[in-house]
Design a protein around this ligand. Structure first.
Ligand SMILES: [Zn+2]
Length: 233
């Protein structure tokens, strides 16, 4: 087998290794925390806090209503109990009772408004909880599939690297070194096929003498234009 062909085969494996490494790094970048999930959780937390606040003010409002109701009941007892006879005092008691009743009505309306808001926010919270659960489920499924992909790519890379080692060990060190240097310079493609007398690396038509030497394949031939190692199949 010509050295050109050996290096070409090595390049095929190296290109596959490059592609798998890139795929692996893409997989790795997607493994881990999900921003969308974190955001959905924060948003849910805020809504839950809002709900807790509203429920607190509902309870406070209800206590206030109860307080005013009890005060009014006490005054009404006095008003209708018969112990107070003074008309002025009775009129004043009457007025206080009326005031408390008005106040109670106002407070009850406020509590009703809060209750309506509580209901709305409860719906929002339950929507957001479902959303978080959905995103979480999707994320878990995605992570599981990424982990599987990661393992598969890792195994494929191990096989390819072993193959690469075997191929490289059959080529002399100087040629491998030249190949590596050219790979760095030529975006991973150090070896070019020759087809119809043309270097497929730079599309230049090779001089007849170069072409013939490349065909014989005994020595390592480089394209005079792009420097790539030539391989005639
Ligand atoms: Zn060339």
């Amino acid at each position: 087998m010509s050295k050109g062909r050996q290096l070409y085969e090595l390049q095929e494996v190296d290109l596959e290794i490059d592609a798998k490494r890139e795929a692996l790094s893409h997989v790795m970048s997607r493994l881990g925390e999900s921003e969308a999930l974190a955001e959905a959780r924060i948003s849910l937390g805020e809504e839950e806090e809002h709900l807790a606040e509203l429920e607190r003010s509902q309870r406070d409002g209800e206590w206030e209503v109860e307080d005013v109701r009890a005060k009014a009941a006490l005054l009404e007892e006095k008003l209708y109990g018969g112990a107070v006879k003074n008309p002025k005092e009775l009129a004043s008691l009457q007025e206080q009772v009326e005031n408390l009743k008005r106040r109670r009505k106002g407070l009850e309306d406020k509590v009703l408004d809060i209750m309506t808001e509580v209901e709305t926010v409860q719906q929002k919270v339950s929507l957001k909880r479902r959303e978080v659960a959905r995103i979480d489920e999707d994320w878990r499924a995605e992570q599981a599939s990424l982990s599987k992909e990661q393992a598969e790519l890792g195994a494929a890379l191990a096989t390819l690297e072993q193959k690469r080692g075997e191929l490289a060990s059959r080529i002399d060190a100087a040629s491998v070194e030249l190949y590596q240097a050219l790979r760095r310079k030529r975006q991973g493609r150090a070896v070019a096929k020759v087809e119809q007398g043309m270097c497929q690396g730079c599309r230049i038509v090779l001089p007849m003498s170069e072409l013939q030497r490349a065909r014989i394949g005994q020595e390592l031939m480089q394209c005079s234009s792009c420097e790539r190692i030539l391989y005639v199949s």
